[in-house]
Design a protein around this ligand. Structure first.
Ligand code: LMR
Length: 331
């Protein structure tokens, strides 16, 4: 009898062990690669996504997050995604032009007057439709995430467009942003986010454009004596995955991932709102960089100087999308 009991226990242990290893073997790993620090809207969104999803279906999936360009820079991450080497990324909307020209809309200078207008557009039918604009190229948009409006920083004060003449500015890999700086006779240089601090520190470039959160979290203000509060453009993100990864998931896991991502994005947008105030204040308190405010007439000079960029990219973006975005400025 004792022998029978002992062998039953051994067999059960073997079966449980086999089942555990089978479940473990089927556990999915989601690699989430991004280029910013953890204490940023995108960094906090990613960590919140991980904790929500692993709390709910941790026996089936684990999320490994790689911040600060540790795994891929934004110039490689989408190719890596299509090869299956990373499952989630959230590049800035400026960085998708190899897959669709429509998202160049978000780079048009002075298009959106504030983040409320951006939110209205992104939540509209036209905005939601852009999440599907790359599916034929293998990429699915899971949602938009905010960061904020861009400010201009430089080694000299920038008050009017002429102040930018001949100066070298780092830009994201975007033809619209290249045209924007060329319109004010500046010299745009497409460089990865991870190189910006050193380029500024060594004076290889004179200035850059980015949000308060990205300037503060990467300490650009410590190597840029002047920041012009221009609010001239946008850094927002599209959270993407590959069609291939998404389609091989079962319905339950797809639903749980989408739900966790929706909640994480909601949290990240709240962080973006808070950091656009707190990181701006932290920069001012540091006294490392002088805030340059511009008058309405000075601002109009910048608007007039870069307006031709809209026309230049209208055929690629589509006039209807531009019109819809302009309409979103009216509540
Ligand atoms: C940049 O390259 O300046 C930004 O896209 C970085 C980021 O992801 O916010």
């Amino acid at each position: 009898m004792k022998k029978l009991l002992a062998s039953t226990i051994v067999c059960s242990a073997l079966i449980i062990g086999t089942l555990d290893s089978a479940v473990a073997a089927n556990k999915i790993t989601i690699k989430f690669s991004h280029v910013v620090a953890e204490n940023t809207p995108k960094g906090k969104m990613a960590n919140r996504f991980k904790s929500l999803l692993e709390q709910r279906v941790g026996e089936r999936v684990e999320v490994d997050i790689y911040p600060n360009s540790q795994l891929f820079g934004d110039n490689k991450v989408l190719q890596a995604m299509l090869l299956g080497d990373v499952q989630i990324a959230a590049p800035t909307l400026s960085k998708f032009s190899r897959y669709t020209k429509k998202l160049q809309l978000f780079d048009l200078p002075f298009l959106f007057k504030d983040m409320e207008a951006v939110e209205r557009f992104q939540s509209s039918d036209q905005g939601r439709s852009l999440l599907k604009s790359m599916e034929r190229k293998g990429l699915i948009g899971l949602g938009y995430l905010h960061n904020g409006m861009k400010q201009l920083s430089a080694n000299d004060p920038l008050r009017i467009p002429q102040d930018a003449n001949g100066k070298k500015f780092r830009i994201m890999s975007s033809d619209v942003l290249q045209a924007q700086f060329e319109a004010v006779k500046a010299v745009p240089l497409k460089k990865p986010f991870s190189e910006v601090f050193t380029l500024l520190q060594t004076k290889a470039i004179d200035g850059q454009e980015n949000t308060w959160s990205n300037i503060y979290s990467k300490k650009f203000h410590e190597v840029q004596p002047y920041i012009t509060e221009s609010n001239h453009g946008l850094v927002d993100y599209m959270v993407v995955t590959s069609v291939e990864f998404w389609q091989q998931l079962d319905n339950e896991l797809r639903r749980e991932i989408k739900q966790a991502m929706d909640e994480a994005i909601q949290f990240g947008n709240q962080v973006a709102l808070e950091k656009s105030v707190s990181d701006r204040q932290a920069i001012l308190d540091s006294k490392r960089s002088e805030l340059i405010t511009i008058t309405d007439s000075q601002r109009q000079l910048w608007i007039d100087a870069v307006q031709p960029v809209w026309k230049q990219f209208e055929s690629q973006i589509g006039n209807a999308l531009i019109e819809a975005a302009v309409q979103s400025n009216t509540p």
